[in-house]
Design a protein around this ligand. Structure first.
Ligand code: FAD
Length: 305
């Protein structure tokens, strides 16, 4: 139930996480202010403009387009209201060495042919590898990613528990992929997407072959005008929903009284808040902005104090 005076929410950070939280909450009627230390919106996906040129500062691979489409659809919008998405062909190039380049084709049959040229029999293996990856993708996205994750009970469902056992959470990605392919080139091609998760394949569960399904079957897309168009679109929607933005404003600390957020402190002054959402890097919010007794991790050991 909405309060008469909606709680004041301060979101720290205008990256995708902060923007999506701000839009969702403003849509529900909350009063939302996003505080961003940079002068640009977008966080790691912000753009740099110089002499009429625009440079994306971070992401360039636009995968799983339905995720962002679903996000905008919640607010009766579509990505097509803001930018044109094109599937790239080739999707990207893998540069193995000088004069040794594989342009990864968008067409699955063409990719299978390329696999076969590198390792005999690998195109049949690819079918099997991706059939399994597709299962993991569908279960992962529908049964896990889109759940709010507020309670373990969300996952206490026979279908989800059964599925979890088939998700390959205990085997490493590196081991999994080697059950299908031998060629170092194919292994490199299939192992690169999991690097997006910030770890090496031997430390990532085989569940994440779902990334290969996203890559190969769902494709690599590009928002015409650059990735910054996505941040711009979310910014426009946030403004339309009434979100206020304070850019060039770094939060220095979060003040909490009796377990309740009171305000955020910036060099430009204080901003009153009933709820603060930290949408910057976890380490920074936990170690630098929260009062010491409320931190989840100790500075040295990286463990809960
Ligand atoms: C070079 C590069 C390439 C990438 N390539 C891809 C790709 O191809 N495909 C893909 O999907 N992803 C890619 N990523 C990852 C993707 O860009 C990020 O996952 C995503 O942008 C993170 O969004 P976020 O909102 O979680 O965090 P961020 O974008 O980091 O947003 C956090 C925001 O909080 C602000 N902030 C932090 N502390 C404070 C403070 N104290 N006060 C005020 N503001 C604060 C920061 O300035 C920032 O704007 C890439 C990232 C990089 C860096």
């Amino acid at each position: 139930m909405m309060h008469k005076v909606p709680p004041r929410i301060v979101v720290i950070g205008a990256g995708f996480a902060g923007l999506s939280a701000a839009i969702t909450l403003a849509d529900k009627g909350y009063s939302v202010t996003v505080v961003e230390k940079n002068k640009e919106i977008g966080g790691r996906a912000r753009v740099f403009e110089k002499d009429g040129f625009t440079f994306d500062m971070g992401p360039s691979w636009y995968w799983m387009p339905e995720v962002m489409e679903k996000f905008f659809n919640q607010f009766a919008k579509s990505t097509t209201d803001y930018f044109e998405l094109k599937r790239l062909d080739p999707s990207y190039q893998v540069i193995y060495g000088k004069d040794d380049v594989l342009a990864v084709p968008a067409s699955y049959q063409a990719l299978k042919n390329a696999f076969e040229e590198i390792e005999e029999g690998s195109s049949v293996q690819l079918d099997q590898f991706l059939a399994e990856a597709e299962y993991k993708y569908n279960v992962g996205i529908n049964e896990f990613v889109h759940k709010p994750g507020l309670s373990i009970s969300e996952f206490m469902d026979v279908k989800v528990i059964k599925a979890a056992t088939k998700l390959d959470l205990l085997q490493s990605f590196a081991k999994h992929v080697r059950r299908y392919f031998k060629s170092p080139k194919l292994l490199q091609l299939l192992e690169f997407p999991v690097l997006f998760l910030g770890a090496v394949p031997k430390n990532i569960p085989a569940l994440y072959s779902m990334m290969n399904y996203a890559d190969i079957k769902l494709g690599t897309w590009y928002p015409m005008g650059g990735f910054g168009k996505l941040a711009q679109a979310m910014h426009l929607l946030a403004v339309e929903k009434g979100v206020a933005f304070k850019t060039n404003t770094a939060v220095q600390s979060i003040e909490v009284q009796a377990g309740q957020a009171k305000k955020v402190i910036t060099a430009q002054g204080e901003i009153e808040a009933d709820v603060v959402i930290g949408a910057g890097d976890y380490h920074h919010i936990d170690q630098h902005l929260l009062p010491k007794p409320l931190r989840n991790y100790s500075e040295k050991a990286g463990i809960k104090e």
